[in-house]
Design a protein around this ligand. Sequence first.
Ligand SMILES: NC(=O)c1ccc[n+]([C@@H]2O[C@H](COP(=O)([O-])OP(=O)(O)OC[C@H]3O[C@@H](n4cnc5c(N)ncnc54)[C@H](O)[C@@H]3O)[C@@H](O)[C@H]2O)c1
Ligand SMILES: OCCc1c[nH]c2ccccc12
Length: 298
Amino acid sequence: MPFQEIKLNDGRIIPQIGFGTWKIPQEKTQDNVLTAIDVGFDHIDTAQVYGNELQVGEALKETGLKRSDIWVTTKWSGVAGTRPAQAIKQSLEKLGLSYVDLYLIHSPRLVRPNILQGWEEMQDIHKQGLAKSIGVSNFLVSDLQELESAAITPAMNQILLHPYVYKQTKPLLDYCAQKDIKIEAYSPLIPLTTYPGGPVDKPVYAIAERLGVAPEQVLLAWIKSKGAVILSTSSKKDRLERYIAVADIDLTEEDVEAIEAAGAKGPGLARFRKYVKPLALGLAAQAAVYVAYKCLLA
Ligand SMILES: NC(=O)c1ccc[n+]([C@@H]2O[C@H](COP(=O)([O-])OP(=O)(O)OC[C@H]3O[C@@H](n4cnc5c(N)ncnc54)[C@H](O)[C@@H]3O)[C@@H](O)[C@H]2O)c1
Ligand SMILES: OCCc1c[nH]c2ccccc12
């Protein structure tokens, strides 16, 4: 099955595979983005904190693509204490765009404990037309529940998704499906990049051999089977071509189940999740403020 047209809850259609730009050095970003577009990517994912929006913008300018032919996502990351209203203007300036397709709150840490208030700032950006769609990233069910009374339901939750975290993430996936919040899967290749030799390798390599494809393609096809948007990256053209070719790779139900059964035997969320829990320093600071307050009252 080719990549699906994923329809967001605001009616817009997002391409199912996107090229991620995290950790790409500024001096390589323009070239890497041009290569990605050259092999067929029409969706680029960046963020305020990646520090390469200017170079993404240069690449977009160089392609001469019509604005409607490319999907651009960026994120408010709270760099230098910026709030969304200021951050989006800076991002658009760097990207050389008048709007982004999708604007995300990069982490719930940026808006806790006043999640709804932070989201209302995103709604203002949407109202002004600076972002055609708005969403969140790394949000838990408890974070999303805070937004149930909001005027706009987030269109997207961009999250860590790979077979080692699937079972524990399933309640979040189910909640998002129920609220029509679509999922973007980041770091889908972690079983190969960070945890090679783990239990998922066996089914992934066996399926890859049977289908005559590469193991990374099997992992991306597994994400595709979940109806999520795939975010991946590489500086290598041949790898990017393989990612795009996942459009033509379909796993059987047995393949999907074998990958998930092996994933459930792996290390789970505690090993891989980074951008969700409150910062340890934040908690320590909160505790210190509380103690100081109690001392003042005493
Ligand atoms: N919202 C967030 O908090 C968040 C967090 C992480 C990533 N992201 C986004 O998602 C994008 C993709 O994330 P990622 O870079 O972690 O993705 P990923 O898991 O797809 O890893 C990509 C890496 O895997 C390597 N790779 C490909 N095939 C391989 C193989 N067979 N063996 C070993 N390595 C192989 C590639 O060369 C590349 O370096 C990012 O660039 C960013 O845009 C967002
Ligand atoms: O998106 C990639 C991971 C990441 C890098 N810096 C961050 C700041 C906030 C949330 C996530 C990230």
